[in-house]
Design a protein around this ligand. Structure first.
Ligand code: FES
Ligand code: FE2
Length: 447
């Protein structure tokens, strides 16, 4: 007891060393030489901070992600304070849908970006109304199978383990080969693995930094290939960023945009500084309207053996004061490859590059659009980032249209719209007898 009392009295009378340190620090900081040093260092510190901010904004590749609720809803009243998802569902419920083509065309579709699937990892992706497991085996090969285990239905992308070139189900440990989907091992069974023990394997290819799967309603093998961009594979071009957008519309609406020349001459004319919201883009603004985008292009389908491809050659310029001065002029060649891939090539005095667009149905009326941008090293990185951002703004104007429109199966066209009909005839080749139709009773724009 005496010891405790002594200890307490000692502790209450001793001074905390922190006080001494605080006093010493205060003395040092108030010393004239310290103040002078701090003032000398301050500009350097601010310079470093500014450089870090500039580097982040100018040189780090763009990563712009806009999910369903985040873009294209300028039509919703700003004074309605309910959660945005609730308001969107409310306006989508009575939305007119139209006589839709089948909901999933046949072809190659990007399911994910290569860098998202590391060696011996599995991820889940949801496309075509299905849930798939995408995994990378030890040797680096990417495989795609149905996620649901045929044994008792566990989702193998949720807690499954990649072993060699197989995926092990987390529920009872069945092991499925990525190469053909067959079951390689049932850990607790004394009998041979039944021949019927298979999970559906999807035909897949990894090219240009993405993993694609082949969708075919008739179960046919791939009918064509995705062109490889050698500059990307060989690492000669630099990655400048990506954008990800979700849209509530039928997939065909998105590539149809490329054949719709008249919309370029209206929707995409207002200067991009006016923004991605149509109400701002079309608002009168004399200063902003001094600069306008101008577009000129020609869409055409290719002949066999490239009949699954179409091409749009387009000139884009930014002109001032009614076209008297041009800030820049750029000619691009966009190759539409099947129903869901575009390779947009350009070659300018600043350098060459490609924008890869993939459109993939998540569900019948919900698409994901991913743009990835690669340029030669001569193409100044901050400028590349700016170009990709401007391009995203233009896309977001389209999204505001797509999110609210009806699909016009019999559009009221004029002669100048003829390329739209050509496009529809061409796109029709991607539907087949068993292509799934939209189920009006069960499906809607809700997500
Ligand atoms: S549910 Fe997959 S092993 Fe049983
Ligand atoms: Fe557009």
């Amino acid at each position: 007891m005496t010891i405790i009392v002594s200890l307490v009295s000692y502790l209450t009378t001793m001074s905390w060393p922190g006080d001494r340190w605080t006093l010493a620090a205060r003395d040092a900081l108030s010393a004239p030489w310290t103040v002078e040093l701090l003032w000398t260092l301050l500009p350097y510190a601010l310079g470093l901070l500014l450089a870090a901010v500039l580097y982040r904004h100018a040189f780090i590749p763009l990563d712009r992600v806009r999910r369903v609720t985040e873009i294209g809803w300028g039509c919703i009243a700003a004074d309605d304070k309910r959660p945005i998802a609730e308001r969107i569902r409310e306006i989508q419920r009575p939305r007119k849908i139209g006589q839709l083509p089948p909901v999933y065309p046949n072809g190659w579709f990007a399911v994910t970006e290569s860098r998202k699937v590391k060696v011996e990892q599995v991820i889940q992706v949801q496309v075509f109304g299905e849930t798939l497991a995408v995994f990378r085996s030890k040797d680096g090969t990417a495989h795609v199978t149905d996620a649901y285990c045929p044994h008792m239905g566990a989702n193998m992308a949720v807690g499954g383990v990649v072993k060699g070139d197989c995926l092990e189900c987390p529920f009872h440990g069945w092991l499925f080969r990525g190469s053909d989907g067959s079951c390689a091992h049932i850990p607790y069974s004394s009998k041979a693995v039944p021949k019927t023990a298979n999970v559906k394997r999807w035909e897949s290819r990894e090219v240009n930094g993405r993993i694609y799967v082949w969708y075919d309603a008739e179960g046919r093998l791939p009918q064509w290939h995705i062109p490889e961009i050698g500059h990307i594979t060989r690492g000669e071009w630099s990655y400048r960023g990506r954008t990800y957008h979700e849209v509530l519309a039928h997939i065909q609406e998105i590539p149809e945009n490329g054949a719709d020349m008249a919309h370029l001459g209206h929707l995409h004319v207002p200067n991009i500084l006016k923004g991605n919201d149509l109400r701002d883009a079309f608002a009168n603004n004399q200063a902003m309207d001094l600069a306008e985008h101008a577009w000129n292009g020609e869409w055409r389908a290719r002949e066999s053996p490239e009949s699954h491809m179409a091409e749009l050659v387009m000139t884009h310029s930014l002109s001032f004061i009614g076209g008297k001065f041009k800030l820049f002029k750029m000619t691009v060649r966009a190759e539409q490859i099947g129903p869901g891939i575009v390779h947009l090539h350009f070659d300018t005095g600043l350098g060459a590059g490609i924008l890869i667009q993939t459109v993939t149905p998540i569900e019948p009326l919900r698409q994901k659009i991913v743009h990835e941008f690669y340029t030669s090293s001569t193409f100044f990185a901050p400028y590349a980032k700016f170009v990709l951002l401007c391009e995203a703004y233009h896309l977001e104007r389209d999204i505001m249209i797509w999110n609210s429109k009806v699909y016009q199966s019999q559009p009221l066209l004029v002669a100048e719209d003829r390329q739209i009909l050509k496009f529809r005839r061409w796109y029709n080749q991607f539907y087949s007898e068993n292509s799934p139709k939209f189920n009006f009773r069960k499906e809607s724009f809700e997500w």
